[in-house]
Design a protein around this ligand. Structure first.
Ligand SMILES: *Cc1c(COP(=O)(O)O)cnc(C)c1O
Length: 436
C-alpha cells in the first residue's frame, strides 16, 4: 500500500455504502451527502485528512437539515430583527405549522365534502382578537396589503408628505403604491399636515385616504399630524375610505409602548381598513393583515390580484395558533421585567466566570426593531464579554449574534427566550475552549 495518503482517497461508492451515510442520504437526499463526500475526498487528496477518518468527516460535514437556514440565538437586543427572520413562532404555532404542512383541510369542508372558505379559522381568530373589525383578510405581507389596497380601491391616494416612508433595504411605500398604477396626492409638508389639507383635495377621483405609521423614525419640534379619529370625523359623509397602515401589528394598546398604534383602537377611532404585518409585534408568521369594513374587505378579496398575494396553509396555521394559543415569544420579550433579565444575566456571567472567562452582567438597552416603536428603548440586561468573542460566536453552532459596544461584546437577554440561556452559555464556553 502506498505510504502517501493522497493515493488512498476513499472511493465515492465505498463511502456512500457506510450505513450511517446511507441513513443520512435517506433523510437529507443523496446529492447533499455526495457533495459532503467530495469535499472530504479533496481534503484527503490535499493531505489534510487521514483516509481512515473519511467517513467520520463526511458525517461531521453533513448539514443538520436539507435546508440551509440555521437556528440563530438572537442576543442583539432587537426583539423583531428583520435580518434574523423577525418574530420567532411560539411552540404552539410551530406545532400548528407541522400539522398543516402535509395534506390538510385548508379549503375543504370535511363534513359536507365540498369546497370550504380558505383559512376561515384564521380569519375568525383575527376578528375575535379585534372586535372592531367586521371582516379580515390575510395576504403575504404588509407590502402586499398596501399594493392590494392601492390597486383595488384605485384612483388617487391621498397621503401626508410626512408619511412617505422608507421602511428599510430601499423599500419605499410611495414607490410601491405608484408601482401599482395608483396616483399619489401628497398633502401638507414634511413636518405638518392639517385636516383641511386632506379635505381640500378630495374629489370624484379619490380612491382612499391613506395614513402610514412612521414606524422607524420620529419627527420632533414644530410638527403636526392628523390623528385617525380626527381624520375619520373629517371624512365622514365623503364616501372616501380611510385606510391606516399601522405596521407593527399590536392588537390593542400596549402599556410598554404607549406611542405605538394598534389595530383595535385604530378601527374604533374610525379607520375603514387597517393594515399590519403578522411577524412584528403580533409575534406570528410573515403575513399582511387587513381588517375592517366587510364591504371593503370583500372588494379586496374579489380583486384578481388577491390570488397573487394569498398565503399558504402553513402561514394560516401559524397565524391562527399565534392568535388563539399562548403568548408568543415577542410578547413575552416585550413584557419581560428588567429584574428577571438582570437575574438571568448575573447567573450566566457567574457561570462563565467560574469557567475562567472575563464575563460580567451589565444593564443594557433593547429595542423593538423591525419597524416598531422607534426611539423607544426597553430596559434590559446583558452578559458582557471581551470584544473578540463577537466573530467566533457568530460563526459557532448554534450561531450567537450579539453586538459590540465600548469594546465589549454584549449579549442582550431581552431578545433571547429564557429557554435558550443554556445554549448561550454552552456556545460561549465552546468558543473559549477552542482558544485554549
Ligand atoms: C414594516 C412595515 C411595512 C412593511 O411590512 P412587511 O410586512 O414587511 O411587508 C409597511 N408599513 C409599515 C408602517 C411598516 O412598519
Amino acid at each position: 500500500m502506498s505510504p502517501d495518503p493522497r493515493r488512498r482517497v476513499p472511493r465515492t461508492d465505498a463511502l456512500l455504502a457506510d450505513p450511517r451515510l446511507v441513513a443520512a442520504a435517506g433523510r437529507l437526499g443523496r446529492d447533499l451527502v455526495k457533495a459532503a463526500v467530495q469535499g472530504v475526498q479533496q481534503r484527503v487528496r490535499d493531505g489534510r485528512l487521514d483516509p481512515d477518518d473519511a467517513a467520520d468527516a463526511v458525517l461531521a460535514a453533513l448539514p443538520t437539515t436539507a435546508g440551509s437556514l440555521r437556528p440563530v440565538l438572537n442576543a442583539t437586543g432587537v426583539l423583531v430583527h428583520t435580518n434574523l427572520g423577525r418574530a420567532p413562532l411560539s411552540p404552539a404555532a410551530v406545532e400548528a405549522v407541522v400539522a398543516a404542512s402535509g395534506t390538510t383541510d385548508v379549503e375543504l369542508d370535511l363534513v359536507t365534502g365540498r369546497r370550504g372558505p380558505r383559512g376561515e379559522a384564521a380569519l375568525a381568530a383575527l376578528v375575535d382578537a379585534v372586535p372592531a373589525a367586521e371582516a379580515a383578510l390575510v395576504v403575504n405581507n404588509c407590502a402586499a396589503a398596501l399594493a392590494l389596497v392601492a390597486t383595488a380601491l384605485g384612483g388617487e391616494l391621498v397621503i401626508a408628505r410626512g408619511e412617505l416612508v422608507e421602511i428599510g433595504d430601499g423599500f419605499r411605500i410611495p414607490e410601491l403604491l405608484e408601482a401599482t398604477g395608483a396616483r399619489l396626492r401628497e398633502v401638507g409638508t414634511t413636518n405638518r399636515v392639517a385636516l383641511e389639507d386632506y379635505r381640500r383635495v378630495l374629489g370624484p377621483g379619490t380612491g382612499a385616504v391613506l395614513k402610514v405609521h412612521p414606524s422607524n423614525f420620529v419627527v420632533r419640534g414644530f410638527t403636526r399630524a392628523v390623528p385617525v379619529a380626527e381624520l375619520a370625523a373629517g371624512l365622514a359623509g365623503s364616501g372616501v375610505p380611510l385606510v391606516a397602515d399601522v405596521g407593527s401589528g399590536l392588537l390593542r394598546p400596549h402599556p410598554v409602548l404607549p406611542d405605538e398604534p394598534d389595530l383595535q383602537t385604530t378601527l374604533a377611532d374610525g379607520a375603514d381598513l387597517v393594515l399590519a404585518s403578522g411577524d412584528k409585534l403580533l409575534g406570528g408568521p410573515q403575513a399582511g393583515l387587513v381588517l375592517g369594513r366587510a364591504d371593503l374587505v370583500q372588494r379586496l378579496r374579489r380583486h384578481p390580484l388577491y390570488r397573487a398575494f394569498r398565503v399558504d396553509k402553513t402561514t394560516l396555521a401559524a397565524l391562527e395558533a399565534t392568535l388563539r394559543g399562548p403568548q408568543p415569544p415577542v410578547q413575552r420579550m416585550l413584557a419581560a421585567d428588567v429584574d428577571g433579565l438582570r437575574r438571568r444575566a448575573a447567573a450566566l456571567a457567574a457561570r462563565l466566570t467560574v469557567a475562567g472567562l472575563d464575563a460580567v452582567a451589565v444593564d443594557s438597552q433593547a429595542r423593538v426593531g423591525g419597524g416598531g416603536a422607534p426611539e423607544h428603548p426597553l430596559p434590559s440586561a446583558a452578559v458582557s464579554l471581551p470584544a473578540q468573542f463577537a466573530v467566533p460566536l457568530r460563526a459557532g453552532t448554534p450561531p450567537v449574534v450579539g453586538y459590540l459596544a465600548a469594546d465589549r461584546t454584549l449579549l442582550d437577554l431581552r431578545s433571547l427566550p429564557p429557554a435558550h440561556d443554556e445554549a448561550l452559555a454552552a456556545a460561549v464556553l465552546e468558543v473559549a475552549r477552542r482558544w485554549t
